[in-house]
Design a protein around this ligand. Structure first.
Ligand code: ZN
Length: 100
């Protein structure tokens, strides 16, 4: 039987990896957008695969459509309106809304 490589990671190891990826992305996002979006894609795959709940700290930090890491004033425009906050991705134009 062939073993799925992805199954080898434990759930807590996976969430550790996600944390690390986000830290890396945070530090390289401004210099390397291509690499950071690739890393974010990987992190999101892990999240889906292990059904890990993405921590609140990471929500609204990247575009769900094109995986661009949000840098205020550079890759995202933030609008605040009546307890709703919207993030417009300047890369692909997608808008995400959160209620707070
Ligand atoms: Zn986008």
């Amino acid at each position: 039987m062939k073993q799925d490589k992805k199954q080898l990671l434990g759930r807590s190891e996976a969430s550790e990896q996600i944390k690390k990826i986000f830290e890396t992305v945070k530090s390289i996002a401004e210099k390397d957008e291509v690499k950071s979006s690739k890393l974010l894609k990987k992190a999101r795959r892990l999240v889906m695969h292990y059904r890990i709940k993405l921590s609140k700290a990471y929500k609204g930090k990247f575009c769900k459509k094109c995986n661009t890491y949000f840098i205020y004033g550079k890759t995202v425009r933030v609008r605040n309106h009546e307890r709703k906050i919207s993030y417009s991705c300047l890369n692909c134009g997608a808008v995400q809304r959160y209620i707070y």
